[in-house]
Design a protein around this ligand. Structure first.
Ligand code: FDA
Length: 302
């Protein structure tokens, strides 16, 4: 597909009717309901993987919407407990209203963390764009003494990450390491593909040398191999790390890691807002567009 057509298609994605997008999206999203997420998690558990549940949300407008998000996460925690699933949850502070009212956001997050603590379930604060890096780390550090069942995310692309990793390693934080999905200004972020990869490995080395538990979240074969080499050379025990991947992405690599006996957690997004999430995924991986085209133009199939 030509670059111009690709850009045009990306612009048009938000206008594409849901029934045309769903055939592509269903691979990356458990479904619109909690029951769908429970079913997908059970299937993953049967395959030997654990899961982390993510409730999809649109840009938040009111605190009432944030209260609703908090309630839905508590329902998810109840379901994980009742169904005895091997799963935890991932939350985005923007969905809890951090941009609207940080104090109210903290209260809503505490509600979720309290329920999670009762069940002994872990909660990850996803990392959003760089305007929320410091507020997310601040809230994590504020709450960690009362809630040892929480962890954060570091993005290898950010120039500050090496320093953050040193501090978090010393604190014994549970850290998910990712490349970083947001487009950030050049002053604060690396842009070069290989530099970001190398920073990822450097950050992992720092975290593993300290006290951290690390979730190595990537589908990049080079990063998986480099991480495995570090783990082997450092004789790092399986209780110090796990690999993480998104639902529906590079399943062969996922199954190979499970087959090698490594801990593997799958990020399971679900919820009514699946369209916005799908658009983001397709912007990230324009190859998926050809599948959308296939679904939109039935005569192209086969
Ligand atoms: P890379 O993008 O090079 O992918 C390697 C290959 O995997 C690609 O060539 C493609 O084949 C396939 N692939 C990757 N992503 C795909 C996709 N979405 N759909 C289809 N195929 C795909 N970011 C962030 O900023 N904050 C966060 O909190 C998180 N959380 C998070 C959790 C988990 C479990 C994962 C796996 C990722 C995140 N991310 C994230 C996203 C992360 O920052 C990054 O954007 C993606 O993982 C893509 O980078 P990779 O390291 O996978 O390599």
């Amino acid at each position: 597909m030509g670059k111009f057509i690709q850009r045009l298609m990306i612009k048009m994605l938000p206008l594409t009717p849901g029934f045309l997008m769903w055939p592509v999206a269903r691979r990356y999203i458990a479904g619109s309901s909690l029951a769908d997420a429970v079913r997908t998690t059970r299937e993953l558990n049967d395959l030997g993987a654990t899961a982390t549940l993510d409730i999809l949300g649109e840009e938040l407008r009111t605190l009432d919407e944030a209260r609703d998000v908090s309630g839905r996460y508590q329902d998810a925690l109840d379901a994980i407990h009742a169904e005895e699933l091997r799963a935890n949850i991932s939350i985005k502070l923007s969905a809890f209203g951090i941009r609207i009212d940080p104090t109210a956001c903290r209260e809503l997050v505490v509600e979720v963390l309290t329920r999670a603590r009762e069940y002994g379930t872990f909660v990850r604060f996803d990392m959003e764009d760089s305007t929320l890096t410091q507020p997310t780390l601040d809230l994590y550090r504020d709450l960690r003494p009362d809630f040892p069942n929480i962890g954060v995310v570091l993005q290898a692309m950010l120039k500050r990450t090496i320093e953050d990793a040193r501090a978090l390693a010393e604190e014994g934080a549970r850290v998910r390491l990712v490349q970083g999905i947001y487009v950030e200004p050049e002053e604060i972020a690396y842009r070069d593909f290989q530099t970001i990869r190398e920073k990822f490995v450097e950050t992992l080395d720092i975290l593993l040398a300290g006290e951290s538990h690390v979730a190595i979240a990537t589908h990049d074969g080079w990063l998986v191999q480099s991480s495995r080499r570090l783990i082997r050379e450092g004789e790092i025990g399986g209780d110090r790390y796990e690999f993480q991947m998104l639902l529906g992405v590079r399943e062969k690599l996922r199954d190979a890691l499970i087959g090698d006996g490594l801990g593997l957690r799958v990020y399971v997004p679900f919820g009514k807002e699946w369209r916005a999430y799908s658009v983001r995924r397709m912007k990230e991986n324009p190859q998926l567009l050809s599948h959308v085209l296939g679904a939109m133009l039935p005569w192209r199939r086969g």
